[in-house]
Design a protein around this ligand. Structure first.
Ligand code: HDE
Length: 689
């Protein structure tokens, strides 16, 4: 019998069929409090009532100060062994498999806020290695707002809702954020990424991840290198469009959470490759003129290619959100031999923060004993007692040296797996100052902007115009325009035009070398696993065709959802198709593509027109087979418009073309005609205007 009452000693306090108190006493009733007569007052002696209500009163724990909103999955990391020459970390040796737990998050919003807001995303990975737990606590943006950790409370106070009214929730489009960003110009590069499509990812499956800081890797021989970590998603890097992100925040605030859980449940696992950029550790802490200790700078992949070292697969949903996703505790100081930190002043401060924050959030120093936080290797610490101690330690001597417990636990030399920092010289005079190289706040922001395609640049212009347009203080807008003037004159001019303000003069860097790896627009179709295709159908529709489409989509890991005027089942002789959504419950944002089944009767239902027009405007693939094209035409969408896939039937040529189009993610050719959400619904003529 285990301590929580389970016969197999596991931690689930859910043994036996009968309801009990926390003490295991069987209960005859949990629906009525114990009263003096059925109309009388409640008796103090009702220990069950008091236990039930007391526990309920304490069900919530403090949410994370930042990254409160998140969701997570279990998985496995398989190492290729290609990093073995640069690190002795055992889990990166060839052919090793390591269990992992990954939590994705937004930064600004509270626990119940929407997933699709414009924000940086957290990408925190816990590797349960047999040399101890290694946490890679990264983001989906490779640079950060600040160069020194001491500024973190400032940037977060500025970005969180205003302290008087606690609005707006989960967004940066407000005065205090732009007040800070425009004064604190080292944030400029990160802000450019936030305002780009990277700030509104399509799903966790389609996000890149970055360790941000430079790490120091050490190999068996003691040789060191400086590296940046990258996660490359197998599904490619894709984003929402802004109007879609906003609508989704209301229609389905759990959009990313649902997408990951549904995908894993359907067997469409999330996959990423881990990669490293390797730079020489020559004592300069810089590479090709880039200061590697400055976390507002990235190293372009063209200068240091990302070498792939292993594959991460997220394949299991958590069983209980609170126990796992909420209670998981990441810490940048959870390191293993072969992986060390550098003197990046942002990273140094994090080494303090992540342990400290768990004391409040998880109520004491024993959070490492929670199931999700337990290492998957032997633990023999001399930490004792404290709140919520669940271990029953034996022995008398949790101190060293001792003779009573046989001198144990022993300390391990490096050869025995002990974590011995590589020798490095540390000296200096105490100062509160940055090196001069940290003063360049603009050149990489310029590089990022100019490396993107015109449609991605246009999205940045729209995002700045939207966010600054939400500010009340004129002086803040003007100051941010001055920042943009130092990034790119054209960007600044376009945003200024949108705000109706004069264009300030700046001095943007002239000679930046561009990096095409920063753009996420691709011409090669990617995989479509986890994507959702909506099929418009009605009672007379070609149900056999829907069957063919579903079979083809499921083979590729995508899901087909049938949308009909009313719920229930569509039947045609012995063939039956279940209706998944009605025109009342469907909104275009749920789907990556919408196709019309052949033989569906064209109707002018405004909800159907809106569904198709919205998908069109959000640059999604549309399609129809057979005479289904008439339904598109009835909604004002010409079958010859870019990104409209048609065919005589739902046979292979049609489904193949559809999959390839969805694999390109968006119909970028349509973008010039539908840019900005203010454009009226596209008519057949307007599309070609
Ligand atoms: Fe965090 N950060 N952070 N951060 N961070 C937290 O730790 C902090 C920074 C990141 O899913 C907190 O357990 C400081 C950079 C992620 O549980 C807290 C500084 C990067 C997560 C904290 C930084 C991150 C956190 C809140 C400046 C990207 C979510 C709860 C020195 C490389 C982890 C917690 C999860 C969470 C502090 C800067 C990423 C308060 C002081 C840079 C992904 O400790």
């Amino acid at each position: 019998m285990g301590p929580t009452g389970s016969p197999d000693g596991t931690e689930r306090a859910q043994a036996g069929d009968f309801l009990t108190t926390a003490q295991g006493l069987r209960l005859p009733d949990t629906d009525h409090s114990l009263k003096a007569g059925d109309r009388g007052p409640t008796l103090l002696e009702d220990f069950h009532l008091r236990e039930k209500i007391t526990h309920f009163d304490h069900e919530r724990i403090p949410e994370r100060v930042v990254h409160a909103r998140g969701s997570a999955a279990h998985g496995v990391f398989e190492s290729y062994g290609t990093a073995a020459s640069v690190t002795k970390a055992g889990f990166l040796a060839g052919g090793r498999q390591t269990e992992v737990f990954v939590r994705f998050s937004t930064v600004l919003g509270s626990r119940g806020s929407a997933d699709t807001v414009r924000d940086t995303r957290g990408f925190a990975v816990k590797f349960y290695t047999d040399e101890g737990t290694f946490d890679l606590v990264g983001n989906n943006i490779p640079v950060f707002f600040i160069q020194d950790g001491i500024k973190f409370p400032d940037v977060i106070h500025a970005a969180k809702p205003h302290p008087d009214r606690e609005i707006p929730q989960a967004q940066s489009a407000h005065d205090t954020f732009w007040d800070f960003a425009s004064l604190h110009t080292e944030a400029t590069h990160h802000v450019m990424w936030n305002m780009s499509d990277r700030g509104i990812p399509r799903s966790y499956r389609t996000m890149e991840g970055f360790g941000v800081h430079t790490f120091r890797l050490v190999n068996e021989a003691g040789a060191t290198s400086l590296v940046k970590f990258h996660w490359k998603p197998a599904a490619g890097v894709h984003s929402l469009v802004w109007e879609e992100a906003q609508i989704t925040a209301g229609i389905d605030p759990d959009f990313h959470r649902r997408d990951m859980a549904d995908g894993i449940e359907a067997g469409a696992f999330l996959e990423y490759e881990l990669g490293i950029q390797v730079m020489p550790d020559d004592g300069s802490d810089s590479f090709e003129g880039i200061d590697l200790l400055d976390p507002t700078k990235l190293v372009p992949e063209e200068l240091a290619p990302v070498q792939l070292i292993g594959k991460l697969t997220l394949n299991r949903n958590p069983t209980n959100f609170f126990a796992e996703t909420e209670q998981v505790a990441f810490h940048t100081g959870h390191l293993v031999p072969g992986i060390e930190v550098t003197d990046d002043p942002l990273m140094q401060a994090r080494l303090f923060s992540y342990l400290d924050t768990q004391l409040t959030r998880l109520g004491g120093p024993n959070f490492a004993q929670l199931p999700v936080n337990r290492p998957h290797c032997p633990v023999n610490d001399m930490l004792r007692d404290g709140m919520h101690q669940t271990a029953v330690h034996t022995g008398l001597a949790p101190y060293r040296p001792n003779s009573i417990d046989g001198g144990k636990p022993l300390v391990a030399a490096a050869g025995e797996g002990g974590y011995v920092q590589v020798a490095r010289r540390i000296e200096g005079t105490p100062v509160r100052a940055n090196p001069a190289s940290f003063d360049d706040h603009y050149s990489q922001a310029t590089m990022f902007y100019r490396s993107l395609t015109p449609v991605e640049q246009a999205h940045i212009v729209e995002a700045f115009t939207f966010e600054l347009g939400k500010c009340y203080e004129q002086v803040i807008k003007e100051r941010e325009l001055q920042v943009l003037a130092n990034v790119d004159a054209d960007l600044c001019a376009q945003v200024a035009a949108g705000l109706g303000l004069p264009v300030p003069k700046g001095r943007p860097a002239q000679d930046v070398v561009l990096s095409s790896a920063l753009s996420q627009v691709t011409t090669e179709p990617g995989p479509i696993a986890g994507r959702k295709i909506g099929v418009i159908a009605d009672a007379g529709a070609d149900l056999a065709g829907i069957g063919k489409l579903r079979k083809a989509a499921e083979k590729l890991g995508a899901t087909v959802l049938v949308i009909a005027p009313v719920g229930g089942v569509l039947a045609d002789g012995s063939r039956e198709v279940i209706v998944d959504r009605t025109l009342l419950t469907a909104r275009s944002v749920e789907f990556d593509a919408i196709v019309v089944a052949g033989k569906t009767t064209p109707v002018s239902d405004i909800k159907l027109v809106l569904l198709l027009q919205e998908a069109f405007r959000h640059l999604k693939v549309l399609g129809a087979w057979g005479d289904g094209t008439a339904v598109l035409e009835a909604a004002g969408i010409s079958a010859d418009s870019p990104g409209v896939v048609t065919g005589p039937s739902a046979a292979k040529p049609f489904t193949q073309q559809l999959a390839a189009a969805v694999g390109l993610h968006r119909v970028w050719d349509r973008a010039p005609n539908v840019m900005a959400s203010a454009v009226p619904p596209a008519s057949g003529d307007a599309q070609h205007a």
